[in-house]
Design a binder for this molecule. Structure first.
Ligand code: HEC
Length: 120
């Protein structure tokens, strides 16, 4: 391969890498932003509660309630939900030593959003 051709191959290679890099960078740029409740819930809670809050097989075995049930929601106060996440409840693990207080707040609010909106 002549010097000239090698330079062209190198150039193309660098352009491709740079193109990929700049293509990914917007995604990287989103990292470190404010807590994403959906992601937190899917990461920490969905093993038992399911992504939709209705409860997985494992969750049901442990007697997790259907968090997406409007009736269940109406029987729970915000404090109770917050408290259950912080301190745990029966088989529900406590989270106060694993999650930051603001993450727990955000999750408690997210739990409220799991129930379908009541149409009046
Ligand atoms: C190991 C399985 C498991 C995981 C993981 C889990 N939960 Fe639970 N959760 C339960 C069980 C079991 C209950 C039912 C507790 C009871 O009332 O006996 C429950 C109950 C709840 C309740 C209702 C509390 C109440 O007042 O009755 C909320 C809200 C809740 N979980 C939110 C969460 C959130 C948010 C997370 C993630 C940070 C989470 N759970 C992770 C098993 C789990």
């Amino acid at each position: 391969m002549s010097e000239g051709k090698r330079a062209v191959v190198c150039g193309v290679f660098f352009l491709a890498v740079f193109g990929l890099y700049s293509g990914f960078s917007p995604v990287l740029g989103q990292e470190g932003e404010e807590v994403n409740p959906k992601k937190l819930f899917e990461y920490h809670c969905a093993t038992c509660h399911g992504e939709d809050g209705k409860g997985t097989k494992r969750g049901r075995e442990l007697k997790a309630p259907n968090l997406a049930d409007q009736e269940w929601q109406s029987k729970r106060k915000d404090d109770e939900i917050l408290n259950a996440i912080m301190n745990g409840k029966n088989k529900m693990p406590r989270w106060s030593d694993k999650l930051k207080p603001e993450e727990i707040q955000v999750l408690a609010r997210y739990v409220r959003k799991l129930a379908p909106k009541k149409r009046s």
